[in-house]
Design a binder for this molecule. Sequence first.
Ligand code: SF4
Ligand code: SF4
Length: 460
Amino acid sequence: MSDEFLTPDEHVLSTLESDGSRRWLFPRLSRGHYWYLRRIVGFALIAIFVGLPHLYINGKPSILLDITQREFTIFGYTFLPTDTLLLALLMIGIFLTIFLLTALLGRVWCGWACPQTVYLEFVYRPIERFFLGTSGRGGVPNSKVPGYRRAALYGVYLLLSMGLAHTFLAYFVGVERLSQWVRQSPFEHPGPFLVMALTTGLMMFDFVFFREQLCLIACPYGRFQSVLLDRNSLIVAYDTIRGEPRGKRKHELPIISEQQGDCIDCGLCVRTCPTGIDIRDGLQMECVHCTQCIDACDEIMTKIDRPTGLIRYSSQEAIEGGKQKFLRPRVIVYPALLTIVIAIMVVTFANKKSFDVTLIRGVGIPFSIAQDGHVENALQLKIVNRLEATDELNVTIEPETLKLDIAEKVILDPKATKTVPIVVVANRSDFQGGKIRATIQIQSTQSNNVRRVECQIFGP
Ligand code: SF4
Ligand code: SF4
């Protein structure tokens, strides 16, 4: 057996040199139709990300994910721990929407809306190009850049990352608290300061060092593509039928010969690719559908007087000469499931009251016999006040033969949770088969909302 290392015939990973070291990518910028559109979308998303924590709806932050209080406010509605079902439905709805969008539009999220792509391509990389410049083909950075420009680049990166980290933190603590904290010493709020510092560090690591590796080796979404996409999903694709056989264009030939395809093998689509792949090898997991190769190739096709679209948005079916189908099982099943989830959410929302109640039965003996012969069931009502005001609740029980003992008035502070012990007293003679069906009614004096809790009272 040979003890020589095996060497691949061709490169297997776009970001690996043949000696196993990392191949750093400095993609050439291709300013084309899609790039301008993506830039508009990207800046709009950045504005939304930065602006949302400052936006208030119904007097509440538009988004506040208060983990310490276990309260998530999303567009003016506050999800409490008792809203697990709604939150679960919301998450299922988000996943179904992603599945549907991917089935229809491929990796549109990766190329147009993912923060990794948006910030890297429209914020961090332009700053890098400004400070380091580019030289030669492929946007290789200028190695003769003076040290102070490099230092300035990292300084700007750091400030930017800190700004983004503060914005990120605002989603969890709110802008008011955050603006107080930034005026105080970090030692007065070490926990949040550490979160901010950690987020800044992670951003620096990602946007300075890790970059495309996040899409290639860390992001789970890219791995799901093979199951989420089908042959009719929209993808960025190279038209092999039109492009092959590829070949360099001879200077003396103004018109491409009939034996030659439209691809002149200029390599621009590869040099512009932020993940370093060659789209002409077919659909690849590394392709984030950023459309840079479309813009690069359209530029070349225009120059050599050929129709644009050699690389274009298409589907595997269409690019191979078939007919693209819009209606497929997954395009019917995902919206159907999404409709069901939305319908359940609407019904659940419609039944929401100003307070939530959970009946808790104590463990152990279900009833006791009092000295006067009455049967007593000791229960607890866990009540969550969803209002921003103090609320007093009236608790009654049916049938009228039952009596309810509550030690004190049920008064809850704004958004407070209280566990109220109650004792249900029943006549021994009223039990049939050791049970009485009962309804506990709780009514808010603030909102007049009523909740009825069905239960069984146990006896001998
Ligand atoms: S192959 Fe094209 S669309 Fe895919 S990542 Fe590279 S440049 Fe973007
Ligand atoms: S940019 Fe177009 S012409 Fe140039 S190599 Fe890529 S596919 Fe061929």
